[in-house]
Design a protein around this ligand. Sequence first.
Ligand SMILES: NC(=O)c1ccc[n+]([C@@H]2O[C@H](COP(=O)([O-])OP(=O)(O)OC[C@H]3O[C@@H](n4cnc5c(N)ncnc54)[C@H](OP(=O)(O)O)[C@@H]3O)[C@@H](O)[C@H]2O)c1
Length: 221
Amino acid sequence: MATYLVTGANRGIGLEFCQQLKERGNEVIATCRSSTKELDEIGVRIETDVDITSGESVLKLVQEIRGMKIDVLIQNAGILEKNSLSNLDPESIRRQFEVNALSPLCFTRAMLNNLTKGSKVILMTSRMGSIDDNCSGSSYGYRMSKVALCMAGKSLSIDLRPMGVSVALLHPGLVSTRMTGFSPHGISPKQSVSGLLERIDSLTIENSGTFWHANGDTLAW
Ligand SMILES: NC(=O)c1ccc[n+]([C@@H]2O[C@H](COP(=O)([O-])OP(=O)(O)OC[C@H]3O[C@@H](n4cnc5c(N)ncnc54)[C@H](OP(=O)(O)O)[C@@H]3O)[C@@H](O)[C@H]2O)c1
């Protein structure tokens, strides 16, 4: 039975990952800052007080799971704050860099002792972090942080290859969650996660370092 660790597991896409992984019979370690009734009801192992920007809380998690093999590390936690040119709040941009780019990189490093040959690292990025796809501008903090995450993921795919650990950069589609104001144009977390799990299942050391849409399309950087 494979073990999956999911960050930002208390709601949205992370919650749905836990639901579907549990249904598939996987072992799930759901990490979050604070749990929710919905997460409690799934019946997976929950680790609370895990703020990915806090070295102290990540270290506590590392101690909790010492010696456990993680087959798939799903780094899903992220934030979206609006920054246009007329509303350029540098603190907000720094915050998005910290949560969306720097923390997943540091979190991966903190988990290295739990990864072995065949393990997979999943970074939940966004098509908004594709320079090629940017035809609407704005969203400075989110776009800049996700493009930085893509670059971190590409480097990780190269650096972890000798260990036999593969890395994927995944875009979930436009998904109806709190992040998107439960957009009526978005797909459901259920539909998104079922596509994301197909991508994760098909990730190998040979195709490591690819940027995929949940629907299977390869995205341009
Ligand atoms: N929804 C979309 O259309 C879409 C599109 C492209 C990419 N994505 C990406 O997909 C991922 C999940 O998005 P979502 O739509 O599910 O968003 P969401 O519903 O807003 O959920 C975000 C999750 O991240 C957690 N989180 C935020 N900051 C954290 C921190 N410092 N430490 C630990 N957890 C933290 C939140 O926990 P709290 O409850 O504690 O705040 C929550 O569990 C994100 O990385 C997002 O950028 C989403």
